[in-house]
Design a protein around this ligand. Structure first.
Ligand SMILES: Nc1ncnc2c1ncn2[C@@H]1O[C@H](COP(=O)(O)OP(=O)(O)OP(=O)(O)O)[C@@H](O)[C@H]1O
Length: 255
């Protein structure tokens, strides 16, 4: 049976003044999987994400989403197609409550459905859905607090709730545990596992313990190119990968 890929890149390449930050990348993300993109600093992970989400235009190559060529699509079109990148914390409204923050995200998604706003009961529906999303990310008990009052880890969870409000089919997570302490890392990993149940997750993540726990498939980038791909058990034993990570404790980081 043919594999079902939600996202595919072919020969994806981005050059900055002749320097190839991403070169000839053929990435295949299987529907329903948690797929991690890892690699040493400067490997091209962020550039890849920026290309996929159309923040950057590739120098050459093709990007297919659900089989459709989105290489020339606009960044704003991508979310409508079901591919959503986790918001940066700066997109959170600190003076609003958590419930209001999620409601804003839901309203954004429903923005064009004007008829929806005509009835009072539709606002209740919105509140109920916002509450559900907060509960999904473990923030049900904080709904009436302002975002400013949250710990760093919980702000990141709120960011995931506002992202889920857009009901993504493919969720792109940008270093979801960066800057977190051990407890928040564990909570975030559980959250990612939970929200991945009925969607695909592609994440750039530096914490290899999180990567090994969560990922079905790992793509290792090095100097803009794919160095290895497979489950963590294979990839972490690959001598080229170990060498690329030399001194960064690829094995030591695990567990
Ligand atoms: N706008 C740009 N102009 C010039 N060079 C760039 C630009 N963006 C990225 N680069 C270069 O491309 C390479 C890949 O960068 P990128 O940020 O994609 O790597 P990364 O794997 O995300 O690294 P990190 O783990 O440190 O975030 C780096 O050498 C970087 O200096």
């Amino acid at each position: 049976m043919a594999e079902d890929y939600i996202l595919e890149t072919r020969d994806l390449t981005k050059e900055f003044k002749g320097f190839a930050a991403v070169q000839g990348v053929d990435l295949k993300v299987r529907r329903g999987s948690i797929h991690a993109l890892i690699g040493p600093n400067g490997a091209g992970k962020t550039t890849c994400f920026n290309l996929i989400t159309k923040f950057l235009q590739p120098t050459r190559g093709t990007i297919l989403y659900n089989g459709a060529d989105i290489t020339s699509a606009k960044s704003a079109d991508i979310a409508r197609l079901g591919m959503v990148r986790s918001f940066q914390i700066s997109a959170t409204f600190l003076h609003l409550t958590l419930l209001e923050n999620v409601r804003v995200a839901l309203q954004r998604q429903l923005g064009t459905a004007l008829h929806f706003w005509r009835s009072e009961s539709s606002l209740d529906v919105l509140n109920d859905r916002a509450m559900e999303l907060l509960e999904d990310v473990g923030l049900g008990g904080y709904a009436t607090q302002t975002a400013a009052e949250l710990s760093y880890g919980r702000k990141r969870a709120l960011e995931i709730a506002t992202t889920l409000a857009l009901d993504p089919e493919l969720l792109l997570l940008d270093e979801p545990t960066s800057g977190m302490g051990r407890e928040d890392i564990g909570r975030t990993a559980d959250l990612i596992r939970r929200v991945s149940k009925d969607r695909t997750v592609l994440m750039v993540e530096h914490n290899l313990s999180v990567v090994s726990d969560l990922s079905d498939i790992i793509t290792v980038l090095s100097r803009g190119e794919i160095l290895a791909e497979g489950p963590y058990s294979e990839v972490s034993k690959n001598p080229e990968v170990v060498e690329a990570y030399m001194g960064t404790g690829l094995e030591a980081n695990h567990g």
